[in-house]
Design a binder for this molecule. Structure first.
Ligand SMILES: NC(=O)c1ccc[n+]([C@@H]2O[C@H](COP(=O)([O-])OP(=O)(O)OC[C@H]3O[C@@H](n4cnc5c(N)ncnc54)[C@H](OP(=O)(O)O)[C@@H]3O)[C@@H](O)[C@H]2O)c1
Length: 330
């Protein structure tokens, strides 16, 4: 029987999410990959134990995570029932709706029909009465934003979620979403954008300044660019790695220019006495708008390695400048 580590709160830092009352761990764990029906259940379970034992209180899901849609939620529901039932009030569990989940016109995007039905389905799979955060997963170019935000507000009022979030919204649309929610008496807690050393497009978009002004937190996903920033691709593509099964990542990042960039970043990490993965997470955590980094993992040891980034959080002005030069933001 699983019993959580008594010292689990000693080394993690907890950061206030925007201007809310909620604190999130500096590192949160996402279950997009490696927690579904195609994965080894005992490995998924061991990763949840490792994370919670190290103070990771936040687990992020979505209706479609698997890759078989729904299967990550079902497996997490099973782990919750088996091991974490008595710890429910120590956990922040999130889910989302917006990407394709079931066939027909109501299985994706941002209609009230989609969000309300999807939230109910997620709760059943998770075996929960409520999730802590419920997100709209991506902007819908066709549905009026008022309808989508109205559905989020209804989910909060019905008690099926405690806080509302949005993901993948550019700054202008996010500002509109925050305003609509406020008018409905609901504050948006959090935004979930893709942000890492190789993907900095939300900086010129002005998203982070908006979040700070509005008092909305940010949890940034794919902080290692799906493992590209882990350092393991500097000398080829290891068997079983995500790139070995996902070729678009290879084309995007592992061309000669990309590899040269990674080598330079790796030299800075080495000089700091960190792995590149640890430096990539530490760099995100010193950005003022970032509340939490949302990592993925395929093995428990990866989580243990990442968490050690908290031992060396500070960057010198010189390191910052060098990183900005390498990543093309000067
Ligand atoms: N809102 C959205 O639209 C959206 C989209 C994507 C993701 N997300 C969320 O963000 C979470 C994380 O995304 P992500 O999986 O792309 O995050 P990531 O942290 O950038 O990549 C995770 C992958 O990197 C590799 N890795 C991690 N630590 C490592 C280490 N110490 N050494 C070597 N390799 C390491 C592992 O892949 P391998 O070992 O398999 O190579 C791992 O599965 C998701 O689970 C989900 O919750 C949200």
């Amino acid at each position: 029987m699983y019993r959580a580590n008594d010292k689990r709160y000693e080394n993690m830092s907890y950061r206030r999410c925007g201007q809310s009352g909620l604190k999130l761990p500096a590192i949160s764990l996402g279950l997009w990959q490696n927690f579904g029906s195609v994965n080894i259940y005992e490995n998924s379970r061991a990763m949840i134990h490792t994370a919670f034992d190290a103070g990771i209180t936040h687990f992020d899901l979505a209706n479609n995570y698997g890759p078989e849609p729904g299967s990550a939620e079902s497996n997490f529901g099973r782990i919750l029932a088996q091991d974490l039932k008595s710890y429910r009030d120590e956990l922040i569990i999130s889910s989302k709706a917006g990407y394709l989940m079931w066939p027909g016109p109501y299985g994706e995007w941002g209609s009230r029909k989609n969000l309300i039905a999807s939230c109910d389905q997620s709760l059943k799979r998770l075996g929960l009465d409520y999730v802590d955060i419920f997100y709209h997963h991506r902007p819908d170019p066709e549905t009026p934003l008022e309808e989508t935000m109205g559905a989020l507000a209804q989910i909060i009022r019905s008690g099926k979620a405690l806080y509302a979030g949005i993901s993948n919204y550019p700054a202008a649309r996010a500002a509109e979403a925050f305003r609509l929610l406020r008018e409905m008496g609901v504050r948006c807690l959090i935004h979930q954008p893709r942000y890492n050393l190789l993907t900095r497009n939300y900086e010129p978009d002005g998203l982070f300044e908006l979040l700070e002004r509005e008092g909305v937190g940010a949890i940034v996903f794919s902080p290692l660019a799906q493992g590209i920033l882990s350092g393991k691709y500097l000398n080829g593509i290891p068997d079983g790695s995500r790139v070995a099964v996902s070729s678009p990542l290879q084309e995007l990042y592992l061309n000669p220019t990309g590899i040269a960039k990674l080598q330079k970043l790796n030299s800075i990490a080495e000089a700091r006495g960190q792995t590149m993965a640890q430096m990539a997470i530490a760099w995100l955590l010193q950005r003022p708008a970032v509340t939490s980094t949302l990592i993925g993992a395929s093995r428990p040891e990866q989580i243990t390695e990442i968490i050690r980034c908290l031992e060396h959080p500070i960057f010198s002005a010189e390191e910052q400048r060098a990183i900005d030069e390498i990543t093309g933001i000067c």
